[in-house]
Ligand binder design. Structure first.
Ligand SMILES: C[S@@+](CC[C@H](N)C(=O)[O-])C[C@H]1O[C@@H](n2cnc3c(N)ncnc32)[C@H](O)[C@@H]1O
Length: 173
């Protein structure tokens, strides 16, 4: 019998404190550039951006700096704390950036989300233990005409020297 989801999930939160110490303007600008280039835009003004599995919160921060209204959530409390720290550091008291703890697999939690212009989930959905279910939920949170922006990794196990990355930028009609 497969182990319960909780046992096979990876935890990343503890790494984020080192990240917070080294984060600088250059890395933030790089994150902004990567978002702009992957989405083919120069600004996110007037757009809503949902960051599923925000981790450090770097891409939420980048989206916020590009003008989006941002909603970040992560399953892991340490990751939520890291994203909160970025918010407090760069956008204290800003009501157009919400950070909370939650899971993409928790239908009750997702019930109150309205569809977003950009749904971003980088390196997250395959870690949930229910990738296809998570992908379906993520796609359901995209506005018609909006963008679903994901990266999935295929872990080949210990003998694998590489992690394959499957990046998808999907415009939903
Ligand atoms: C590899 S990190 C990626 C973080 C961030 N997206 C980035 O690109 O830096 C994966 C993140 O997914 C989060 N995660 C795992 N399962 C999740 C779930 N069911 N719902 C929301 N977040 C989840 C983890 O806590 C972790 O912060």
């Amino acid at each position: 019998m497969p182990p319960p989801i909780k046992d096979i999930r990876f935890s990343f939160g503890k790494n984020w404190s080192a990240f917070l110490e080294t984060l600088n303007e250059e890395r933030i600008v790089e994150a902004e550039s990567s978002l702009k280039s992957m989405l083919g835009v120069s600004t996110l003004a007037g757009k809503s951006f949902l960051d599923i599995g925000s981790g450090s919160g770097l891409f939420s921060l980048a989206a916020k700096r590009l003008g989006a209204t941002v909603h970040s959530f992560d399953y892991d409390a340490d990751s939520v704390a890291c994203t909160e720290t970025l918010k407090t550091r760069y956008f204290p008291g800003d009501l157009s950036w919400t950070v909370e703890q939650g899971s993409i697999l928790d239908l009750k939690f997702l019930e109150r989300f309205s569809p977003h212009d950009v749904v971003y989930s980088w390196g997250v959905l395959h870690h949930t233990g229910q990738m296809w279910n998570a992908l379906e939920q993520a796609a359901s949170l995209v506005k018609p005409g909006g963008a679903l922006f994901i990266a999935l990794y295929n872990d080949q196990g210990l003998r694998s020297k590489f992690w394959w990355v499957i990046k998808r930028f999907i415009l939903l009609k």
